[in-house]
Design a protein around this ligand. Structure first.
Ligand code: UQ1
Length: 446
């Protein structure tokens, strides 16, 4: 996401589909050979990078320019809100923030990309040729959307007259609701890829809101033949990774008459045909009237090809301490990390205080003092006005904040959770989380 913003200006003279191609991600800039040193260099100005930079700053242990933040993007987006844009509940521009304005003036902001990591020299090379030396490095650039990993997807998304969309990008999240509103008849297919993605619940949030929209418009009735048919085609064998929520969601799917195509991985779009690879190696071709396609995602090349990456291309950190397995002064959180949990903003609320505590302790020559339990959450819109609040930790074990507090079952979709998702989380994110004063389920931080 972050790098694609750069791609947009670099790709101005190219065909529209190039905007959705992960190959057009770099821009040429003036090359410099200058070098600067910082106590902490943070790569990424997304949810992870901003939370961790500001929490470190608020520790009181750092002064002006001790901490540097590196990110080439002009804008920071509240991505969890794009599911709401897809359902017609939010305006995408209300979720868009100027990145330089979000960075505290006590932090040194480099509005550049990273070219290479040289952890053996404690340095990072930027895309403009500058070198940053560090005592500690935090790597949190997120993962990239690989639009071109599904044949025909970049062209279909860029075509305003096509019936193909996705909530996973700023450019198309609002096309999703336009298509939902226009759709009156035919087969609507919602896909979810096999492999790593951000927020594994989001593909079906798009499905449930669309279904409810058509139901309210009198176009869809689960218990009688309708002009609209709905399919959920997922590369996974289940609706959701955590068994408790998966069972509830599968029950909803059956009650609502949604066809489940499990272990069906979208590989190609050809006109109004979607082609899926099945688990047995065969292919299935389905005709659609509307296709909500979730692209494949993966690490950025500058991370994957670096000495910091594991076999999957993610930053290889200890799952409890968030410290690199090989380089003791390197840390990671968020989507780019190897932490074996869901890639969500909620997960970052729990990862950040652990990383901060352990880095501060390491700076004093001491051992790790905090451990991350894998907490992640997915507030899953199941209809307008209702959210199922999935919360879990490592090994896909539920860890419910309100279940414990109020004795309620969070697998039951509720109106209170809907207001958390639609109103509270966007507010607390913008006013507290990116400023380092929100601890997720732990509440406000001082
Ligand atoms: C959260 O803190 C948060 O951050 C703003 C979210 O937004 C993306 C969330 O979705 C969730 C679930 C949390 C966790 C906080 C509570 C109170 C459960």
């Amino acid at each position: 996401m972050v790098l694609r913003i750069v791609a947009k200006s670099a790709a101005r003279a190219q065909p529209a589909a190039a905007l959705f191609s992960s190959s057009a991600t770099r821009t040429l800039a003036t090359v410099s050979s200058a070098s600067s040193s910082h106590k902490v260099v943070v790569v990424g100005g997304g949810a992870g990078g901003l939370s961790v930079s500001h929490q470190l700053l608020r520790s009181g242990k750092y002064t002006q320019d001790d901490i540097a933040v590196v990110d080439p993007a002009a804008f920071h987006h509240y991505q969890p809100g794009w599911t709401l844009v897809g359902g017609g509940l939010k305006n995408k521009d209300d979720l868009k923030m100027s990145l330089p304005e979000l960075v505290d003036s006590k932090l040194k902001f480099y509005n550049n990309g990273v070219e290479t990591f040289s952890p053996d020299n404690n340095s990072v090379q930027l895309s403009d040729g500058r070198t940053l030396n560090y005592e500690h490095l935090i790597v949190s650039p997120g993962i990239q959307i690989k639009y071109d990993a599904i044949k025909g997807l970049p062209e279909a998304l860029a075509d305003p007259s096509s019936a193909v969309t996705t909530i996973y990008g700023y450019d198309t999240c609002d096309k999703t609701f336009r298509l939902i509103e226009q759709f009156k008849k035919g087969k609507a297919i919602f896909t979810q890829p096999a492999g790593m993605i951000k927020c594994a619940g989001a593909p079906q949030k798009a499905l449930w809101l669309a279904l409810d929209h058509w139901k309210k418009a009198g176009l869809y009735n689960p218990s009688s033949p309708s002009d609209i048919q709905i399919s959920f085609a997922t590369g996974l064998p289940v609706m959701f990774g955590v068994k408790k929520y998966s069972e509830k969601l599968n029950q909803l799917r059956e009650e609502r008459g949604v066809e489940g195509l499990f272990q069906h991985d979208l590989v190609e779009i050809d006109g109004d045909k979607a082609i899926f690879a099945k688990a047995d190696g065969s292919k299935l071709t389905e005709q659609f009237g509307l296709l909500h396609a979730v692209p494949k995602m993966g690490p950025y090349a500058f991370v994957a090809k670096s000495p910091l990456a594991d076999a999957a291309g993610l930053v290889d950190v200890d799952k409890a301490t968030l410290r690199h397995q090989k380089y003791a002064n390197v840390w990671s959180l968020g989507d780019a990390s190897s932490l074996p949990t869901s890639k969500t903003a909620a997960a970052i609320t729990a990862q950040t205080p652990v990383l901060v505590a352990n880095l501060l302790s390491a700076s004093e020559g001491k051992d790790a003092v905090a451990a991350y339990d894998g907490y992640a959450s997915c507030p899953l819109t199941t209809e307008y006005g209702k959210v199922l609040l999935a919360e879990f930790k490592y090994d896909l074990i539920p860890k419910e904040t309100f279940g414990k507090l109020l004795g309620i079952d969070q697998a039951v979709p509720r109106r209170a959770f809907y207001h958390l998702k639609k109103d509270f989380f966007p507010w607390v994110y913008k006013n507290h989380m990116v400023k380092g004063t929100w601890g997720g389920p732990k509440g406000f931080l001082r």
